[in-house]
Ligand binder design. Sequence first.
Ligand SMILES: [Zn+2]
Length: 264
Amino acid sequence: MITENEYKTQICAIGKRIYDKGFVAANDGNLSIRISENEFLVTPTGVSKGFMTPEMLLKVDGQGNVLEGSWKPTSEMRMHLLVYKEEPEIQAVVHVHPPYATAFAIAGLPLNQAIMPESVVYLGTIPIAEYGTPSTKEISAAVQKYVQNHQGVLLENHGALTWGNSLEHAYYLMESLEFTAKINWIAKQMNGDRELSQTKVEELISIKTKLGINGVSPIGAETMEGIMAKKLTPAIERSLSAKDIDLIVEKVTKNILEALNKKI
Ligand SMILES: [Zn+2]
């Protein structure tokens, strides 16, 4: 049985890790742990999560009433409490702004490609919860629908949120989420974000089922030909529409013909 003080020490330790990892800037981010059915420990607002001490943490109930602590609780408490309410099995929630994941959230790109076995088995797909003003009901409602079938979400134009069966679990999911976003970004620069095939993804999902990991996984690329076609398509063609290409060809042809006419 973990004591309340041990939970507080855990929160401070994970706070230091998210700060040292560069997952948050200044006083950003917030963490929470469920310590009983209707009691939670949450981080304070206006404090760097890398330098918290146990007495700064607050004990709150499921309605957000402060039961213990003299600091002001995180302004995102409502979002944390909603996740717990939605799924009683969830024991901890992590919210941070890791750079690569946040860039995907800003670009409106969910992490739903089967690019690595780990992201299929362990992380699953990470959808985008529609933008809501931080600390309001909007953001909680946007997250709500994803809690049951996912292990985390990207918060549109904001950051990322993960939940798990312990604080360490939720933190590792966040590390995995940021790592997946980073690798995905690097592969995209090489025009090589090739996905695993559906057959290979099915093999991974059977491993995932055996391991007892729930949640939606990416579906993978449809066929091997599809993968190769994607690999061989030049980047410029992928980023331009057929209409754009027609216009460019027309303009270049016109310029060449004009240049030839001048020579003649
Ligand atoms: Zn935030």
